[in-house]
Design a protein around this ligand. Sequence first.
Ligand code: M6R
Length: 592
Amino acid sequence: MCGIVGGIGQFPIRDYLINGLKTLDYRGYDSAGVALAEPEGIRVFRMPGRVQALDEATPRDLHVVLGIGHTRWATHGAPTANNAHPHTSMNGEFVLVHNGVIDNFRHLKNKLEAEGYVFHSETDTEVVANLLEFHYNRLKNVKAAMLAMIEELQGSYALAILKKGDLKHIYFAKNRSPLVVGHGEGKNLLASDFLPMLKEGKDFAPILDHQYGYITEDTIKIFNEDGSVANPKFTRPDLKIEDIGLQGYPHYMLKEIEEAPAVVRRLIDNYFDGNQFLFDPKLINKLKAADDIIFIACGTSYHACLIGRRYMEYLGKRSEVYIASEWAYHPFVSAKNPMFVIVSQSGETADLIRCMEIINSRGAVSLTITNTKGSTLERDATYSLLLFAGVEIAVASTKAYVAQVALLSLLTGAMDDSTAVVSHLYDVIKAENAVIANSESLKPTAKYLSGKKDVFFLGRGTDYDVALEASLKLKEITYIHSEGLPGGELKHGPIALIEKDTPVIGFISDPLTDLPIRSNFKEVEARGATVITVVSKSLAKAGDSITVPDVKEYLSPLVKVLVAQYLAYFAALELKVNIDKPRNLAKSVTVE
Ligand code: M6R
């Protein structure tokens, strides 16, 4: 959700910015722009739509010394060229890009209008540009003007700023929106994450909340809120440029679905040494001692947490799951000694960052489970565990869900002093490979679904948790309306929606719920529905549609979800939609 890239030094900056924006496009956006500083002045190019259009509109024969670029996911104002970033202050003193939302922009705009400022866009970002210029005109010093601006801004922002006539600095400031700086040879860089900097940069460091500073060709200067100089640790992620390519796959989503077995294996390797678990014993003790395990997450990660809660309950522990944007505004906790578990692929989800602020303000203990080393949520938690799933590029989360559930199962094993989960996970790897090998057989079902208006997914127990995730996957990439429902709940209302040939996909993994869920299928069939069953082999009966290998029931989501992911993927393929970048969605949801 909004991407920032910037660079200064001896290298082809125009192409670095455009390619960087293309790398960041997985975050989701609807317009793009660059500001390129030449000795003659700053030139701004902005386009609605894809970065490709910006690429075509941006001249190649410029003498660019430094530049910034941006992909915008519209919040204040439609995705037009006029609202696209970079924004220029009224008298052209500053040109900047912004990721985040300025909560008090209306108040600031009124104030600046009273000072004679005229606005040309509907954005909150133009307010930031004019506010900075206003303070600069008063103080005649960029650092002082930035501090005065920061003092007035309320909300979230990552800012990259160019100053008219200054060919030596790109300024930046950050609060609650991600920003990373990178060293290169004869150049320095900044971006929303390290991916666009991977080729040109050597090592990288995240900017923390309330920090600000600048990059020049040979220095990176970061200041803390109190003006002291920050010295962050620069590291290089264990990732090659090839790792973020499609590697022959037509879409990232397909590649990432098929990485599931490798992801599970990598988790075992990272958290089990063949004899014992490698988790920090202090973390395990905290989890054991907690009187309530409170999961907080969004979207797919929330669905993984539903399974995590069941795991805690199998251990006899009290556990709850909250959607971050809900808990943030009703942060109720009744337990005396809770442990918060924040699960986030990106580690940068704004709703979760707000929850983390509440948790930390109460001095509570937290664990972040994330795929993104160095992310805000990883840094701000008491403990953190990495998912080691590799970068997930497709907006629809697939392998991260697998990693989250698998890691939660390993953690549960460690809390229970039982390593049996490891061999159960090896069975999962085999079963996932079997689903992948037979994936072509899912195409006719996916084709049938692609022609439907509504699809219902049913399950009981963990199968219900999978039904929710299956439904999210289908709707987000095919735009077909779908719902995930607990089988027993149908007759309390939703069955009214079932009509002739409504597709109902039902999951069966547990002998305990086999009979009742099959009764639910009969109920919808009697009303005309077409039922498609996805069944563990040992429970399969004549007439079932899709059979998958058996694994331990508590791990069955790791296999069933692959079927759901393929059905969504193949249906989207039929519909010829943009699978990796579905409309309106962003990979990293960095605004609340
Ligand atoms: O990065 P996070 O795990 O915090 O993201 C949470 C959701 O935004 C994310 O899972 C979203 O629902 C995905 N698009 C689902 O495929």
